[in-house]
Design a protein around this ligand. Sequence first.
Ligand code: PA5
Length: 360
Amino acid sequence: MGNGNIDNMDHNEIEINNSNYDQQQQEEEKKFPEDYYKIDKDLMYNHIRDFPIYLREAYNSLDWLKFDTTFSRLIIAGMGGSGIAGEVLKDYVTEKKNKIITIHDYELVDVNEQDLVVVISYSGNTEEAISCFKEAFSKGAKLVVITSDGKLSNMCREYRVPYAIVPQGIAPRAAFPYLFGNLLKIAFLAGFIQDPYEEIQEAVSTLTRRDLRPTAIEIAKKIENKPLIIYATPSLRAVAYRWKTQFNENAKHIAFFNELPEANHNEIESYRYLTNYFLIILTSHNEKHRMKKRAELTKNLASKYMPVVLFNAKDNKLTSILSMIQLGDWISYYLALWKGLDPTPTPLINEFKKQMGPFV
Ligand code: PA5
């Protein structure tokens, strides 16, 4: 990688059209690794590939939901692969950002009747999410749940709480486009965002045409066993966090996340003593001039000590966010394969939940 830089990798340029998608896909599958499906037994591949289809399906599936009032705040509670949907919504929103609160904990913040609380749990059995549901319900907040099944779906039926149902049988993080598509629709129906329909259409069409896998394979091969540091400028903060968690869960790979400008005020001092790390910086063409300069300078400084890749998103806001998420999903996927690991199972997370015992 020479000095370790791949300057301003612009994934707008990595486009293919629909007509050659199948052919190109088959060629790529032959190249890396030939027998990917022998490692990827639960076919995480299909979920990442079908990201845009899931997103559109989820957004269109909630037309039955109606709110007859307005809300002062949108509080989104959820953990891990479910909770990230709320963080990504915060990246997307501009106007009412300060009215959107995300919770990754057992307790909500001074919730009241004027709040809309959205509890997201793919399994429907996550205790922190169940605890937030109970609190919101007991304090009279308006509740909506996004889940595939589990205790939460039973509680919704019992307490007559509306819920969006997402397909069962996939890993929570692979269900992200479903969870996020539903959340976007709820945020729109509740008046927290403008109608995102056109932007969703554009994102779906771009993600369907664009093939990010060759870039993902190239980067995965360069990362190898190196611990990862992932930075983002403010507009892609949650995206960088999603990358970190996808590296953790798909590739079982250690990854750390930080934001710019904050990292410029502390973390950069450690570079001189890092050995064998790999830095990824995510930024967008929408960032202000001083922020762009920070990303560039960070890249230049870090590349003296470790390999650095800077991705610069150039689409409209929603497409940038979703395209970057899909790229991170692919890189973590191919890194898992490179390490010979099935991307889907998360045995330690499951074992941990088991050891926690029943939640009463
Ligand atoms: O990706 C995962 O499997 C985890 O991060 C889960 O999403 C997390 O443990 C919460 O579970 P659930 O999404 O079912 O609420």
